[in-house]
Design a protein around this ligand. Structure first.
Ligand SMILES: NC(=O)c1ccc[n+]([C@@H]2O[C@H](COP(=O)([O-])OP(=O)(O)OC[C@H]3O[C@@H](n4cnc5c(N)ncnc54)[C@H](OP(=O)(O)O)[C@@H]3O)[C@@H](O)[C@H]2O)c1
Length: 222
């Protein structure tokens, strides 16, 4: 039984699924969060619910304490890309984007940092999967850009709060990846593979004692 754990939101698809595989191979217990009923591979723990639902967050915390897990990282990978011109969105489409990429990560981060403080843990990473849209405005992606830029600023501010503590925040800003995020759009076939991006993310955990990775931009070749 592993007691070192990593929480990965959006572990059922795309980048989150690839990261879950890599962390499991490194001996971590993966605590995954997604809305769909997942077939849990191996010993992975699946919490079903939206990451923006306080009940889901409570379930994550309860499960971690019940199993005595030590959470070394929270990876906020869940995200939805409802794109289109402002004026054409439904309220539900806007909520889906903001819930998965901004409200949910903030709620879950708050709960995990509280837990780390209570158990006086000696290290911990919050890893936010953002996008190049966190720093480059794109027409047709206003809601998505707002959510990603908002989470980037939350993470940057939290890193300052955490200065001098054993905890920190890493921002990951990938360009296009070939995942179900694109709902089968053929243009995604030329995008990056999640295995390439996930390996780069994993390396950021191997920071040296006096050096820290804070922001990683991963762009497509060519
Ligand atoms: N693909 C790209 O080109 C690209 C580029 C830059 C950044 N990103 C970012 O990278 C991250 C991963 O994207 P991906 O390409 O791997 O997407 P994906 O294959 O569509 O996977 C998204 C995951 O998020 C989960 N999810 C969505 N909303 C959720 C919610 N409210 N609560 C809990 N889980 C939720 C989904 O599961 P359920 O549907 O079951 O909830 C799924 O597991 C996202 O944050 C995305 O914005 C993607």
């Amino acid at each position: 039984m592993h007691n070192k754990a990593v929480i990965i939101t959006g572990h059922t698809s795309g980048l989150g699924a690839e990261l879950a595989k890599l962390f499991e191979a490194r001996g971590y217990m993966v605590v995954g969060v997604s809305r769909s009923r997942a077939t849990t591979a191996g010993s992975r723990i699946h919490i079903q619910g939206s990451v923006a639902d306080p009940h889901t967050i409570d379930q994550v915390v309860t499960e971690i304490s019940r199993r005595g897990l030590i959470v070394e990282a929270l990876i906020n990978s869940a995200g939805i890309g409802n794109f289109g011109p402002v004026g054409d969105y439904t309220a539900a489409q806007i909520s889906d984007v903001i819930d998965s990429s901004l409200t949910g990560p903030i709620l879950l981060t708050n709960a995990i940092v509280k837990m780390w403080n209570q158990v006086k843990q000696d290290s911990g990473y919050i890893v936010n999967i953002l996008s190049t849209a966190a720093f480059t405005a794109r027409g047709g992606e206003a809601v998505y850009c707002a959510a990603k830029a908002g989470l980037k600023m939350f993470g940057d501010a939290l890193r300052l709060q955490m200065k001098g503590s054993p905890f920190t925040v890493i921002n990951i800003m990938p360009g296009g990846m070939n995942t179900p995020f694109w709902s089968g759009d053929p243009k995604a076939s030329s995008f990056m593979s999640v295995s390439d991006v996930a390996l780069i993310i994993l390396q950021s955990f191997d920071s040296r004692p006096t050096a820290l990775v804070t922001d990683i931009v991963v762009n497509r070749r060519g």
